[in-house]
Design a protein around this ligand. Structure first.
Ligand code: PLP
Length: 410
């Protein structure tokens, strides 16, 4: 299969996946983004080259930068293109930590060491913080969340107050990828700012479903990625407020204001920007549609499995409209996932597999769930191709699948 066929295939539901309820993992490309990418793939030119072909590619990149900036309430100069969310998170966490330390050492002052992050971050943030603690001098500090997965500003204020001058960085995701909990980012960023601490937010899951404004949030750095809202996998951005300069993770040609070296992927960047613009134009309407579908999904699952537990915040503004996440007591999440998959229903567990053994979800553990409940969890996530038929198919299949998973677990 050629690349274009592969990309086209991703934009349609595949034959062996009838009901796709895993949009939070990745969502099909929007046709507009696919068309833009396909057209651009046929063009020649490195955006850094000075000749005509290079200048044409550069124009594509700069127009895309303007579109991304407009959608996410930023200035074009604040957009640093990356290969996606993982790279942007690594650059923010490691780069801002290193920059803070370098600035302190330049003043011969004691360098701040503490990195404050919620215990429910995506692994791209979580493991970057762990890495800094294991390989550098950082001290990791995990901020607590409540039983619905929300960090309260008072908890951040308390953590900062322990030693405000010792905090290098605060990083809190805008919305959680497993349970859909939306964080009070603006209040949290204001607290960090009052104490002169850089604030990063991973807005990967929020970006396609909520009105996300970088300027309005008060954050110093924000991560977005295209494939969660109809763009291609492999294109994302770190938004950096004016004057915020992380130490680069990648060294090379000095692209992206010397912050992120590497030849810019003009086709993917163009498709990322087109997807963002299309998504932004229908976001509110789409969020309302998905919220209704999600409420129906929750009602159908609870009707079929009355002892299922809805994890995360109640349906409403505190929860991503496309997210439903349950624990099914007495089941192993992966067994249930495979039973549903056999019926053509694709969903996800939050748990990672380490050496073939299912691990409980770190998000549910941080919310106070025990290991059994954490392992018994499944996420259903909706997106732009979701229909009432998808929800009905899950409603019809979930009861029997849970019974079978329970028998298997006995
Ligand atoms: C909250 C969050 N952050 C970061 C990422 C990583 O983004 P990417 O897949 O573009 O590397 C994801 C992907 O699932 C995510 O959900």
């Amino acid at each position: 299969m050629g690349y274009i066929d592969y990309v086209s295939a991703r934009s349609r539901p595949s034959e062996d996946c009838v009901v796709y309820l895993d949009h939070a993992a990745t969502t099909p490309m929007l046709p507009e983004a696919l068309a833009a990418m396909t057209e651009e793939l046929g063009q020649l030119g490195n955006p850094s080259s000075l000749h005509n072909a290079g200048r044409r590619a550069r124009r594509v990149v700069e127009e895309s930068r303007e579109q991304i900036a407009e959608v996410f309430g930023a200035r074009p100069s604040e957009v640093i293109f990356t290969s996606g969310g993982t790279e942007a998170d690594n650059l923010a966490v490691k780069g801002l930590y290193w920059a803070r330390r370098a600035a302190a050492l330049g003043r011969s002052a004691a360098a701040p060491r503490r990195v404050l992050a919620t215990a429910i971050e995506h692994h791209a943030v979580l493991d970057s913080v762990h890495w800094l603690a294991g390989h550098e001098d950082a001290a990791e500090h995990w901020l607590p969340v409540d039983e619905t997965g929300v960090l309260h500003p008072a908890a951040l204020a308390e953590a900062i107050a322990e030693d405000p001058d010792g905090v290098a960085l605060v990083t809190v995701m805008w919305a959680n990828n497993e349970v859909g909990a939306v964080q009070p980012v603006t209040e949290l960023a204001a607290l960090a700012r009052e104490n002169g601490i850089p604030f990063h937010t991973d807005a990967v899951q929020a970006a396609g479903q909520l009105p996300v404004s970088f300027a309005g949030s008060g954050a110093d750095a924000m991560t977005v990625t295209g494939h969660k809202f109809g763009g291609p996998v492999g294109a994302g951005a770190l938004l950096l407020a004016r004057g915020v300069q992380p130490v680069p993770v990648l060294h090379g040609g000095g692209q992206e204001s010397e912050v992120r070296s590497g030849t810019l992927d003009a086709p993917a960047i163009r498709a990322f920007a087109v997807a963002a613009a299309v998504m932004a134009g229908r976001r509110d309407e789409e969020a309302a549609r998905l919220g209704k579908l999600r409420d129906d999904l929750i009602a159908q699952v609870l009707a079929a499995v009355p002892d299922a537990i809805l994890n995360g915040p109640p349906a409403g503004p505190g929860r991503l409209p496309g997210n439903a996440h349950f624990s099914f007591p007495g089941c192993e999440g992966d067994a249930l996932l495979m039973l549903l998959d056999a019926k053509g229903i694709a969903c996800s567990t939050g748990s990672a597999c380490t050496a073939g053994v299912a691990q409980p979800s770190h998000v549910l553990l941080a919310m106070g769930a025990d290991e059994a409940r954490s392992r018994a969890s499944l996420r259903f996530s909706l997106g732009h191709t979701s229909t009432p038929g998808d929800v009905d198919a899950l409603g019809a299949a979930i009861g029997e699948a849970v019974q079978r998973a329970r028998r298997a677990a006995r």
